[in-house]
Ligand binder design. Structure first.
Ligand SMILES: Cc1cc2nc3c(=O)[nH]c(=O)nc-3n(C[C@H](O)[C@H](O)[C@H](O)COP(=O)(O)OP(=O)(O)OC[C@H]3O[C@@H](n4cnc5c(N)ncnc54)[C@H](O)[C@@H]3O)c2cc1C
Length: 488
């Protein structure tokens, strides 16, 4: 089966299974929910990690009456992956990273690590000595079948649609100022094969416009006029947007402190847990209870009703302390920022070059400057040198690919950055309670889509912790699909 026909099979199955999924889950809506324990009115919840996932989790928990303490190893919020990402909030770009093209691509990358032309995916030689990598990769490859891809794509789609709605609600309820500029995403095709593929892949998304000529593409995004001869066609989705994740996180921190009295503890790294007792759940199971956490400075935070792990790339090593396996592996990526003069025209939509895995998004220009943010590339390099710009040549390659689309920004200053995506073994986030514990919860593994999925994930987590049965506001979304126990 060639790539196009395989895409057709996968995507029509996604559409069908999404329909079935909606039907089944809406039926399940009224089923009796079995609480595992009593929930107090104002529980104390400790959140480990203050990136976008920890902060949004704090928001929904504090809003529902929890006393929240957020513990972060860095000196402030959002200084790791949530510091500078690709900026896209993009429900339309959902293909799971675990997909049927992966085995071939990864096999190729093993033999091209020293190639002068960068491949979008690279496995560092040191990774081959890591048991953690092999264990994660084993689970990951199990999810690279067409059947798993269909299921995972449907779960991502449902969560991202819900997340988009949650973000709108948060912005309606709170005065949050952050740089947000683009309306929609335009996927660019350079030949008829890619065009057909993009059209097929987009069939299950609402609000899609197909542009079958360069003229139609240019009419929608005139900035591409100078590269018209590169364009065959494009697919536009109006539901996407973008925004500066770091600015949003800083604003959310302010609201959490001012409006919800959330307590932040910085410069403290959690290294262990205080497992105090075993309790019997309402269903008769024996569950362990984590009453607190211990930091590397030997500080203890005790008397917690709930512990929430929102520590991104570090969840796997930390949960080993509790003998839990959480398959979330760091996959390094690069961003490039091109800082232009304020008057320079910038793309009004996110531009996606799927062949080169290049994501281009302009942030809102200020009186001083315009910013084009570009992201891409995937490297399996493990935990060593997370956040270190180890290969500037690869970032330079991203930059050159960008200039090929936007030649008019070539003369401006560029800044390279690197950070790692916390990728779960099926590329669907892990949200929910760890099965052998009554009060240990996870919200991790959002991979390349954390900014898009954060709001829905946090709302779902809060509902799970609060044992909320009423799902009217999240119709077809059920927590089971995101359970952190699905790999056990
Ligand atoms: C190059 C790149 C481009 C991307 N582009 C996009 C995009 O365009 N759109 C999109 O939707 N997503 C994108 N993403 C993904 C998104 O940025 C991430 O999924 C998201 O930022 C992850 O958030 P997080 O809170 O889980 O992790 P983080 O932001 O890393 O936060 C985890 C926090 O936990 C803290 N921590 C860790 N261990 C401990 C401990 N033991 N004790 C205390 N604190 C601890 C860390 O210091 C950190 O602050 C991109 C990612 C990358 C790498």
């Amino acid at each position: 089966m060639n790539r196009t026909s395989r895409s057709i099979v996968v995507l029509s199955s996604v559409a069908t299974s999404f329909g079935i999924y909606k039907y089944v889950t809406s039926k399940a809506k009224n089923e009796k929910f079995q609480p595992i324990r009593s929930v107090s009115d104002h529980p104390t919840s400790i959140i480990i990690g203050a990136g976008i996932i920890g902060l949004t989790s704090a928001y929904y928990l504090a809003k529902s009456g929890h006393k929240v303490i957020c513990i972060e190893k860095r000196e402030d919020v959002a200084l790791e992956t949530s510091y500078k990402n690709g900026a896209l909030i993009c429900p339309s770009l959902l293909t799971p990273w675990a997909n049927s093209d992966v085995p071939k691509k990864y096999f190729k990358s093993i033999f091209s690590w020293s190639s002068p032309t960068p491949t979008s995916t690279k496995i560092w030689p040191s990774t081959f000595f890591s048991m953690k990598f092999y264990r994660w990769m084993y689970e990951y490859l199990k999810n690279c079948t067409t059947k798993a891809q269909v299921r995972n794509a449907a779960n991502l789609l449902t969560l991202s649609m819900y997340s988009r709605q949650c973000l709108d609600d948060i912005l309606k309820e709170n005065a949050i100022s952050f740089s947000r500029y683009t309306t929609g995403s335009l996927q660019l095709a350079v030949d008829p094969v890619i065009f057909e593929q993009l059209v097929e892949e987009s069939k299950h998304i609402d609000d899609i416009q197909i542009f079958s000529s360069p003229e139609e593409v240019i009419k929608h995004e005139p900035i591409l006029i100078s590269v018209k001869n590169r364009i065959y066609g494009g697919v536009f989705s109006s539901s996407d947007t973008n925004g500066n994740i770091y600015e949003f996180c800083c604003e959310l921190k302010r609201i959490l402190i001012e409006k919800y009295n959330v307590q932040f503890v910085f410069n403290e790294e959690i290294q262990d847990f205080i497992v105090s007792s075993t309790v019997q759940s309402h269903t008769g199971h024996q569950l362990r209870h984590v009453s607190g956490v211990v930091t590397t400075n030997n500080k203890k935070f005790e008397n917690a009703d709930n512990i929430i792990l929102a520590n991104g790339n570090y969840v796997m090593p930390l949960t080993e302390k509790l003998n839990i396996y959480v398959p979330v592996y760091p996959v390094k990526g690069y961003t490039v920022e091109i800082k232009t003069a304020p008057s320079i025209p910038l793309p009004k939509v996110n531009l996606v070059d799927d062949v080169n895995k290049l994501y281009i998004s302009a942030l809102k220009p200020t009186a001083q400057q315009g910013i084009v943010r570009v992201s891409g590339l995937a490297e399996f390099a493990g935990w060593k040198d997370i956040g270190v710009l180890s290969e500037p040549d690869r970032a330079q390659y991203l930059y050159e690919q960008t200039i090929a689309w936007l030649p008019h920004v070539a003369s401006y200053e560029k800044v390279f950055h690197s950070c790692s995506r916390p990728v779960s073994a099926d590329d669907v986030p892990l949200i929910g309670r760890c099965s052998n514990f009554d009060n240990l919860f996870i919200n991790c593994g959002h991979g390349s889509k954390g900014w898009t999925l954060a709001f829905g994930s946090a709302a779902l987590l809060a509902d799970t912790i609060n044992q909320k049965t009423d799902k009217t506001d999240r119709e077809s979304l059920t927590s089971e699909c995101y359970s952190p126990n699905r790999f056990q």
